[in-house]
Design a protein around this ligand. Sequence first.
Ligand code: FAD
Length: 480
Amino acid sequence: MLLKSNIKRLLASQMKCNSILVTRARTMSTTGEKKHEHTESSLNFKGNYDVIIAGGGMVGCTLACALAKNSLLSNLKVLLLEGSPNKKVNISSEYSNRVVALNQNTKALMNSLKIWRHVEDIRLQPVRYMQVWDASSDALITFSSTDLQDDDVAYIVENDILLHSVIKELESTDNKNVNIVYNAKIDGYELPSAEDRKPKSTVKMSNGDAYTCDLLIGADGANSAVRKAMGVQYLSWSYNQMGVVATLELSEECNNTTAWQRWLPTGPVALLPLSSNRSSLVWSTWQDHAKELLQLPEDQFVDTLNDALWKQYPRSSSVSAATSWVSAALQRAGLPDGTARQLPPSVSSIVAGSRAAFPLGFGHSTRYIAPGVVLVGDAAHRVHPLAGQGVNLGFGDVKDLTELLAETLYSGFEITNREWMEKYESGRQRHNVPTQLMTEVLHRLYTTDMMPVVLARSLGLQLTNALQPLKKLIMSQATT
Ligand SMILES: Cc1cc2nc3c(=O)[nH]c(=O)nc-3n(C[C@H](O)[C@H](O)[C@H](O)COP(=O)(O)OP(=O)(O)OC[C@H]3O[C@@H](n4cnc5c(N)ncnc54)[C@H](O)[C@@H]3O)c2cc1C
């Protein structure tokens, strides 16, 4: 019911907002409240840029690099404003607890920007096989590199290493048109209205400095102040869940190229491979449980985690009978019946102090654009990490935005030309919204142990696993 109403809300708000675009000039603080801290005359104008990117996370920095490297865009004067300090990444021998699973499309983008070679020089782990299974039944699905013309299913990369590699490449380009300001405390934005023939945004800093630009790009994450200043409708909810992360030491060294994900009634627990004896944990669970997990002594945490991976959960006899029947039928038809399951590794310890937890939520901005303003990455869309899609969607935004902007300038149009922005928005939403919906459906289906739902999802998983074209379709949505 809840799922249906959330999806309805999402679709209804999308339709409504496609016809309404807020056109007022807006002056907003970064918290979204109206405020005028500095009068125009007290502002210290520091410069005008063609493009200002607000937010230098993985998506904002990659966008800056993509703009700098595109020969049609390399003349643009770009300013990247990042709120946090310029942390010199310390690449230690121990793995960071924050990792992302990157798909083939992200790898292709990073390769085209010459960023991937820096990641490879440091470290990454290819995923060649993935096993996802249900704790409440025998159903399972596997993905392997052979399903993808023998290419890797995904790559596990530490967030710090990816960001470090992007900045390294950005700094080494001949293009000196991109300036980065760290510790940038943005106080608010003044955005143009639809009537402005030459839209210009003003970015006001808390120290009284101000910058102006033709195109403002919000890459400032899920709490985006740019999005708030645009005044667009944002559909969001918290999952009341947290993603508990940690770096795990495995009991035995192995050819660790498998990603494991077990669906527990509380949410998925995933082990992502890092090296022959290390994996990264992403355990999504209810907030209270996550807090308890963080409080446990490390050895007890490891026992609880091994239980989560191995423990037999109560099974419904009707579900077991139905899945065995389907299994037998698939076997008779010569199709994969899902019985060839592999056993996940067991965990011997966690790297001391590597546990942390992050709140999980859903977010969909009904508009990604306003006059002279564009949203990318988590500022525009936020998903549950269960399918490892969040930042991959953001990198898809970067690729499309760069290509469309280059085409526009090549054709002699303005950087704020409405047409390219609308193409960007509709193209990205066509891709991002179905992925968000698919993730939402999976989350709802798997955080219940109601028998009819367990039965339906188990049969669905068995059939999807057996039907190669369907599996390929899922893989192609997840990797593009
Ligand atoms: C537990 C967990 C696991 C995940 N696993 C995966 C995965 O396997 N695969 C995947 O694709 N995704 C994954 N994600 C999602 C992924 O981490 C996000 O999609 C990604 O970090 C979004 O990047 P971003 O650059 O858009 O936003 P952010 O990472 O939020 O970056 C925003 C940046 O903007 C800056 N900023 C914000 N406000 C201001 C301001 N006012 N002024 C200046 N700067 C500002 C911030 O300092 C920050 O650097 C996971 C998420 C979680 C929580």
